[in-house]
Design a protein around this ligand. Structure first.
Ligand SMILES: NC(=O)c1ccc[n+]([C@@H]2O[C@H](COP(=O)([O-])OP(=O)(O)OC[C@H]3O[C@@H](n4cnc5c(N)ncnc54)[C@H](O)[C@@H]3O)[C@@H](O)[C@H]2O)c1
Length: 386
């Protein structure tokens, strides 16, 4: 069949434009235009804690023209010189936590990034806010409800933003699902489920100080589900089991399922493991009367091979762990933080009441796993007013 009849007009006469899904090309177009809309702001930052999470944020900040790293605080002094040389941070001062008052009394510091172990968050966040610095704090902000309330109230009082970092909110695929759910593309969501299998298993040292799988890990999933749906559950049940002997000794679980019933009738399901042997398994799915949308696992390499013998089709493994899988999301959450600091965004994308709600749901899920009971959750005005 001659296909000449389908000959199209010249591509010069039709512009298709950048698809909204290509967030990297969109960013490139912004860079290409190099258009400065307001005066160029550089945020002077101090980072607390350069471990697993701190390294991700240091890497974003060191490459970001919007940031100047004035201080780095870490109690492992041997790291200081190595970090300074590796990241060429020759104008950055390195301190231990005992010396951190220098930062709080330095008016040049606009913002503090907190990536220390969770138990140290409260003191640093409080000191930073009292010193009128904007704060980006790794999750969980704190385990105790009253501490979270106090910190958010303080942030309001001093008029400085407090952003608790839930990186998955900034993941392009998860955001895509959320936007499409809010447009009604699958109708009223009947089920939403996510799979979160960690890789590699976090060090025993980390897990020991991590406040347990529900508050350390499951909060990401609870937050994702509630954010996508736009509501909080009224019934929660959960089961947990510990396969890893070392974790049994500290009374933590490594395998967890959580079921949530939302007021509109949606059922949420979370499956969680601390130890996936084939990579960082992160999937999210919504299902409703108009269809299903799923965010599948992503891979660094997209080759597909069929080689000698009938061995089937092979692909590259999925991303190994969170720094690679959520690379884009970590950068986007830091950009959002700068928007807050510079006043380009009015309020944190992750609100104080959402942090409290997620903590409440995580505590209910843990209680269910430990007691074998369904837990009812009620929500009053108090839950939404901080
Ligand atoms: N959002 C995420 O994807 C993600 C991933 C990992 C960890 N986290 C969170 O990040 C935080 C840190 O976890 P991590 O895995 O990076 O821990 P880590 O143990 O790898 O690193 C913590 C670092 O903080 C330093 N430190 C300890 N006390 C300090 C203090 N008072 N002041 C300054 N530095 C101090 C330690 O020396 C260490 O280098 C935790 O709250 C954790 O829940 C979030």
């Amino acid at each position: 069949m001659a296909t000449k009849q389908f000959k199209d007009i010249s591509p010069y006469k039709r512009t298709i434009g950048t698809p909204s899904e290509d967030y990297l090309y969109s960013k490139y177009e912004t860079d290409l235009a190099a258009k400065v809309t307001t005066s160029v702001n550089v945020t002077n930052v101090a980072i607390f804690g350069i471990g697993r999470a701190g390294t991700i944020h240091l890497s974003s900040l060191a490459r970001n023209p919007r940031a100047q790293i004035l201080y780095i605080v870490d109690d492992i002094v041997e790291k200081h010189k190595r970090l300074q040389d590796y990241w060429s941070l020759h104008d950055t001062k390195f301190l231990t936590s005992k010396e951190s008052d220098v930062i709080f009394s330095d008016p040049k510091v606009h913002a503090v990034v907190v990536a220390t172990p969770t138990f140290a968050h409260e003191h640093i966040v409080k000191s930073a806010l009292n010193a009128k610095k904007a704060v980006f704090c790794e999750k969980p902000l704190a385990q105790e409800r009253n501490v979270c309330i106090e910190l958010y109230k303080l942030s309001k009082e001093v008029g400085k933003p407090l952003l608790t970092a839930f990186n998955r909110r900034f993941d392009p695929s998860f955001s895509n699902i959320r936007d499409r759910v809010h447009k009604g593309e699958v109708g009223h969501v009947q089920t939403i489920k996510c799979c979160n299998r960690d890789s590699p298993i976090p060090s025993f040292g980390y897990i020991k100080t991590s406040v347990g799988i529900y508050h350390d890990c499951c909060i990401h999933d609870i937050d994702t589900l509630c954010w996508v749906l736009g509501e909080f559950p009224t019934k929660v049940s959960s089961m947990g089991y510990t396969h890893v002997e070392e974790l049994k000794a500290i009374d933590d679980f490594d395998t967890v399922s959580v079921t949530l019933l939302y007021p509109s009738g949606t059922i949420g399901m979370i499956e969680l493991s601390r130890n996936s042997c084939y990579g960082y398994d992160q999937r999210l799915e919504v299902f409703g009367p108009r269809g299903m949308i799923r965010a599948d696992n992503e891979q660094p390499i997209h080759c597909i091979d069929s080689q000698i013998g009938l061995t089937g089709i092979k692909t590259a493994p999925i991303w190994y762990s969170y720094p690679s899988r959520y690379h884009v999301a970590y950068q986007a959450e830091m950009e959002h933080f700068f928007d807050l600091v510079e006043g380009k965004a009015n309020e944190p994308f992750i609100k104080g009441h959402e942090i409290l709600a997620v903590n409440k749901i995580a505590a209910a899920a843990e209680e269910s796993a430990r007691t074998g009971k369904f837990i009812d959750l009620t929500w009053t005005k108090d839950d939404f007013e901080i």
